[in-house]
Structure formats: C-alpha cells, structure tokens
Ligand binder design. Structure first.
Ligand code: DGP
Ligand code: NA
Ligand code: NA
Length: 211
C-alpha cells in the first residue's frame, strides 16, 4: 500500500514543528512507517544559500530566492515519491503552498501567486494540507517572532491573507483542512490526528503532479 503525503502549513510560530513531531510519534506508535521532512532543507547547497538569505547574511533578488526555494523542494521530490511508493507516509513541515504565498507576499509587481506557482508545477501533490491557523497578532504573542527575514507582523499578516485566498479560491483549495491553532497543544494535536486518520482511510491518491 502507498504511503500518504501529509503537509503542514501556517505562519511562523503557528506550531507546525511541534504538531509534526507529535503526529510522527503517534503514527509510529500505530506501527506505521513514517518520515518527517522539512522545507527548506537547510543542509543541501541550495538550502545553505536559503539559510544565509533568511538570516540576513546575504541578499537575493525576489525571483532568484523563489527559484532556490523551489529547487530545494525539487531536490527532494524523487526520494519523496520513492518512499510513498514503498509504503512510507511522509509528513512535511512547509511545502509549495508556503513557497507561493511567502514569495507573493512581497508585493513585487512581477512576482505574483501565478508566477510563484510556475516552478512548483510537477511536484508531488499531497493527500492533504493541514493549515494551522493563527492570526499574525497571536503568533507574535507566542514569545515574539524570531529574527529571520519574514518574521515580522506585516509580512505574516500578508502571508495569512494569501493562505486564505489559496484555501478559498485557488485550484488547490480542496487540498486544505484548516485547524484553529490558537487552542492548547493537546487540543490541536487531537484535531490533527482525527483529520489524518480520516485522510488515511481514503482511497490512495495517485500523487498526481501539481498542475
Ligand atoms: P522555517 O519554516 O522556520 O524554517 O522558515 C523558513 C522561512 O522561509 C519561513 O518564513 C517561510 C519561508 N519560505 C518557505 N518557502 C518559501 C518560498 O518558496 N519562498 C519564500 N520567499 N519563502 C519561503
Ligand atoms: Na521561521
Ligand atoms: Na517552523
């Protein structure tokens, strides 16, 4: 049986890492083969360039950095497909949805959602994308944002707006399940598990490439 491809998305500080870890643990306890990955993967050469950009140690043109993020996802695509084929479920912390909205949130007149979508087309499509929803203000209250490039209130508010658009009006809208992430960790964890169990029970998706 094929593995599932499960993506977590949300603003910075929405609780993605915690919920990914808890879900991975819980699925492993259920006896499933699970692999946890995170984008950007800062270890590859493209990831090191992204890391240095996010930390403010280097500059990149908006289009160039988008293509680097996209390249970073494409590098992992063959191993994602291989694992799914072999029955391993993959949990991904951020994917091309972040890719599109963070890049488009810059309001660069030549870099809209449609442009950002282009290089992502063909990547393995998830079975489900769980959007951990929290307002930019509530995210900021969680001990403040970090010091990386996009971790400020204005950017995060714009990112949330664009995620809202993706969930409502884009061709990918049916990929999403929104979970209110303002509640307690345990409550969110429980909702996540319910949603995942439901997705697991569905007929295997074919992981058609994104169009
Ligand atoms: P983290 O998830 O904390 O490792 O942070 C990665 C940051 O990079 C986060 O602010 C989201 C952002 N990001 C992820 N993918 C893309 C992308 O494709 N383009 C842009 N511009 N930013 C991205
Ligand atoms: Na971050
Ligand atoms: Na994170």
């Amino acid at each position: 049986m094929r593995g599932k491809l499960i993506v977590f998305e949300g603003l910075d500080r929405a609780g993605k890492s915690t919920q990914c870890n808890r879900l991975v643990e819980s699925l492993q306890q259920d006896g499933q083969k699970v692999r946890h990955i995170k984008f950007p993967d800062r270890n590859t050469p493209s990831g090191q360039m992204i890391n240095s950009y996010l930390k403010g140690e280097s500059q990149q043109n908006d289009h160039v950095i988008h293509l680097l993020f996209s390249m970073n996802r494409w590098e992992a695509a063959p191993s994602i497909l291989k694992d799914i084929e072999e029955g391993t479920t993959i949990i991904i912390d951020r994917y091309y949805y972040s890719g599109c909205v963070y890049s488009a949130a810059k309001n660069n007149p030549t870099l809209n959602l449609k442009w950002a979508h282009g290089p992502e087309e063909g990547l393995p499509r998830p079975d489900i994308c769980i959007f951990l929803d929290i307002s930019a203000e509530d995210a900021a209250k969680r001990g403040g944002f970090g010091s990386e490039k996009y971790e400020n209130l204005q950017m995060q508010a714009r990112v949330r707006e664009l995620f809202g658009y993706l969930m409502q009006s884009s061709p990918e809208k049916d990929d999403f399940v929104r979970i209110d992430a303002a509640g307690s960790l345990n409550h969110v964890q429980q909702r996540v598990k319910e949603v995942v169990v439901k997705a697991m029970g569905r007929v295997d998706a074919e992981h058609l490439p994104l169009r």
